[in-house]
Design a protein around this ligand. Structure first.
Ligand SMILES: Cc1ncc(COP(=O)(O)O)c(C=O)c1O
Length: 426
């Protein structure tokens, strides 16, 4: 029966890029093709044995404390999260980064993804007088997961980057500050650092300039730190975390260090913003999952989580990145023009195929036929005014390096073969 859906309902339930992507990932990991699909799509963290060992140990500790375990399971958290965890997190940020924050600056969300929905709803869209407030993305490509979270069309205002070509096969994006005047209609500025999909880490200097611009406009600067420091710390450059001030909204996650199933995101912000996020959580979901906080809190307090990040997780992904780059160089050789973005952080190689004669969505379909899953780059270039004169936005592909060496090698070999065929048949 054709029901009458609301405009917001239709927008949020449309079959958009992220829905398709999540379904493909789910299918690849558990569906009929599980085991045969080379999974180079998706943002899953790798199975890192030391991390898995730590999670199992913590879960065993939780289970063996019968009273504590019962209390954990039988109680709702407050909407801002567990007071103990918020305290543990604040102390960690104070100690590790020198931030002057307390538990009152911390709100838990159901994953960072939900944090962004809450933050964008808070700062984007029409204000009380009907004037549209925009979320400015100072550099694209930007994380696909934001793209469909705004309830009104045209709320994102994204900017093209400046491209630096490095050698024969590398490139890097920089924020184009000449093209970044923050107009009066800005509600917030948002950037992921490290950036998913490109692996870019905007420099300390770029971050400082963004902070100045946001402060001048009296809008918050939201930094998506899902891959950043202090955990999981998948940053391969010497970029430092920002200093704290209450214009900054820092979003962290337990997902990328290895706990995506526990759906725990963390917003660190001014008390005013934290109170609003907590109120939104109460309205939408009462409270959030408390298991992630119970697992990670003690490990934050003991220093083990940060030790894991520094000594295991960061080197693990850096090595994975280097390995994937050398496999890529060997497989692609000089068969066709390609460049890869400087891999400065996160879990992905971002490929630019400047003479690709077909859209990357078509390349995605062709690779899927060969049991290789990548993510077509078009999805990451939203919020731009006009892309028709910017072929680059149709020539990129995201490939994860968090999978096994065999998967990466086979996947990139298939991709190289398909690309050679495409270029030869032109
Ligand atoms: C840049 C970025 N931000 C946020 C998220 C959301 O993470 P989660 O909701 O699992 O905490 C992801 C997940 O892939 C991401 O890549």
């Amino acid at each position: 029966m054709p029901f009458r859906y609301s405009a917001v309902g239709k927008k949020l339930s449309a079959r958009v890029g992220i829905v398709e992507l999540m379904e493909d990932l789910g299918e690849a990991m558990s569906g009929a093709d599980a085991g045969t699909m080379r999974m180079l799509g998706g943002g899953n963290p790798a199975a890192v044995p030391e991390a898995q060992h730590l999670w199992r140990r913590r879960l065993t500790e939780i289970l063996s404390d019968a009273d504590g375990c019962d209390r954990l399971l039988v109680n709702y958290d407050g909407p801002a999260g567990s007071p103990i965890f918020r305290e543990q997190l604040a102390s960690c940020l104070k100690q590790e980064l020198g931030w002057d924050v307390s538990a009152k600056n911390v709100a838990i969300t159901s994953g960072a993804q939900t944090a962004f929905f809450q933050l964008f709803s808070l700062f984007g869209g029409p204000d009380e007088n009907g004037r549209m407030q925009k979320i400015v993305l100072p550099i694209t490509p930007e994380y696909i997961g934001y793209a469909d979270q705004l309830l009104n069309e045209g709320e994102f205002s994204a900017r093209r980057p400046r491209l630096e070509l490095i050698g024969d096969h590398q490139f890097k994006y920089h924020i184009d500050f000449d093209n970044l005047d923050l107009a009066e209609d800005v509600g917030a500025v948002c950037v992921s650092r490290p950036t998913n999909p490109s692996g870019n880490v905007i420099s300390d200097d770029e971050l400082t300039q963004l902070r100045v611009l946001a402060r001048q406009r009296r809008v918050p600067l939201i930094v998506d730190n899902a891959y950043g420091q202090p955990f999981p710390g998948a940053v391969f450059t010497d970029a430092s975390p920002p200093a704290w001030d209450d214009n900054l909204v820092m979003v962290l996650s337990l997902s990328k260090i290895g706990l995506p199933g526990l759906r725990t995101g963390i917003v660190v912000a001014s008390e005013e913003i934290v109170d609003r996020i907590a109120a939104m959580t109460a309205v939408v979901g009462l409270a959030n999952n408390n298991i992630g906080q119970a697992v990670a809190g003690e490990l934050l307090a003991s220093g083990e989580l940060l030790q894991l990040s520094r000594e295991v997780v960061r080197p693990f992904y850096e090595q994975k990145s280097q390995l994937a780059q050398s496999i890529l160089a060997a497989q692609f050789a000089d068969s066709f023009p390609y460049r890869v973005h400087a891999s400065e952080g996160a879990f992905f190689l971002w490929l630019w195929l400047p003479e690709l004669p077909i859209p990357t969505r078509e390349l995605y379909e062709r690779l899927k036929q060969r049991n290789v899953l990548v993510v077509p780059g078009e999805y990451f270039f939203y919020g731009l005014e006009d892309q028709s004169d910017w072929p680059h936005s149709r020539q990129c592909v995201r490939v994860t390096f968090s999978q096994s060496e065999q998967t990466i090698t086979e996947g990139l070999a298939e991709m190289a073969d398909e690309l050679r065929r495409i270029h030869e048949s032109r």
